[in-house]
Write a protein of this length. Structure first.
Length: 326
């Protein structure tokens, strides 16, 4: 079996979990061809957890590797030219270049992602998109595979990406075997949007805050633009204009987002059926709920509940929490 050299490049401020994922998955095993080396610019590397680690490899091992992986790091500061040059050189030589989480910032800074699709942690994705306009940002995926350049979304999405690489290299059986050892899913549905906290429908200190708060307690009712405008005592046109000024969105889009947030809460905290969740959140039917979940979260209500459901012993179906209006 031909040896495949993997270099994991730990940058200063590396996130320990991001680093642990590729070092665990690509560690030398009898059933795989990987030979993994932890590399760094300096021997000693600081982590975000307050401890330092020692790397055996240098940038020289990075240059000779078949696959280069950059785990996430913080704070996101300008990187040394030696690191950026090494990343750019790896791309030019046709090596496989991979990032986990905010490691995408390093790849983008080196020009590796120019003209390609990429992703990173949802908390940093706006900053990433502003900083690197030459990169096409995919916000709602667990990872992006552009052939020899691959990027993952936040933290644990690195597991999905690394298992995907194993599946590409060695087949589904090898990836599944490693996943079982990690007690991880060989493949997860959906994208990272389902892991972003459901937004609270903020009202703020504004003239329409009362109407928004009123609506949040009646999401299961047939709320229309006319009904909302009547509650606010305004014409529909004036209501729409003021609503957009205060929230940056339309009343109906705000209402849809609030109902999706309500549906997510019910799926997490109650054992109501999908049909009942759809009715109680104001989305009508199970089919409509599934449609909006697929569009907004790239998953299904059932899969979402399987991932995020909490114990319902202290959350009776008859008295779910109501989103705050402020």
């Amino acid at each position: 079996m031909t040896v495949h050299r993997v270099a994991v490049l730990a940058l200063d401020g590396v996130t320990p979990l991001d680093l642990a994922i590729p070092t665990q998955i690509f560690t030398t095993r009898p059933e795989t061809s990987y030979e993994m080396t932890l590399c760094a610019l300096e021997t000693k590397v600081a982590t975000t957890a307050g401890f330092a680690l020692v790397a055996d490899g240098t940038l020289e091992q990075v240059r000779t590797a078949d696959t280069l992986i950059v785990p996430g790091f913080e704070p996101i500061l300008p990187l040394p030219d030696a690191v950026l040059d090494t990343l750019a050189e790896a791309r030019e030589r046709g090596k496989r270049v991979v990032s986990i989480c905010t490691g995408a910032f390093a790849l983008a800074a080196a020009g590796v992602l120019d003209g390609l699709r990429a992703t990173t942690h949802w908390k940093h994705i706006d900053e990433f998109e502003r900083s690197f306009p030459a990169v096409t940002v995919d916000r709602d995926v667990l990872y992006v595979d552009e052939g020899d350049v691959l990027t993952s979304a936040g933290v644990c999405c690195g597991i999905d990406l690394c298992l995907h690489i194993v599946r590409r290299d060695l087949g589904a059986e090898a990836a599944s075997q490693i996943a079982r050892g990690l007690v991880a899913a060989p493949h997860r549905d959906g994208g990272q949007a389902q892991y972003v906290p459901a937004p609270v429908a903020v009202t703020g200190e504004a003239s329409l805050s009362g109407t928004r708060g009123w609506a949040l307690h009646r999401l299961g009712e047939p709320l229309t633009l006319r009904v909302l405008a009547q509650h606010a005592g305004l014409s529909q046109r004036t209501f729409m204009r003021r609503f957009a000024e205060e929230t940056g969105t339309t009343p109906l889009q705000w209402l849809l987002n609030a109902r999706l947030g309500r549906a997510r809460e019910l799926l997490e905290t109650t054992d109501r059926s999908v049909e009942q969740v759809a009715r109680d959140s104001g989305l009508g039917t199970a089919a409509n709920l599934r449609l909006h979940f697929r569009r907004a979260l790239d998953t299904t209500p059932t899969s979402y509940r399987r991932t995020f459901a909490r114990s319902t012993s202290h959350s009776p179906a008859c008295s779910p929490a109501v989103p705050r209006a402020d």
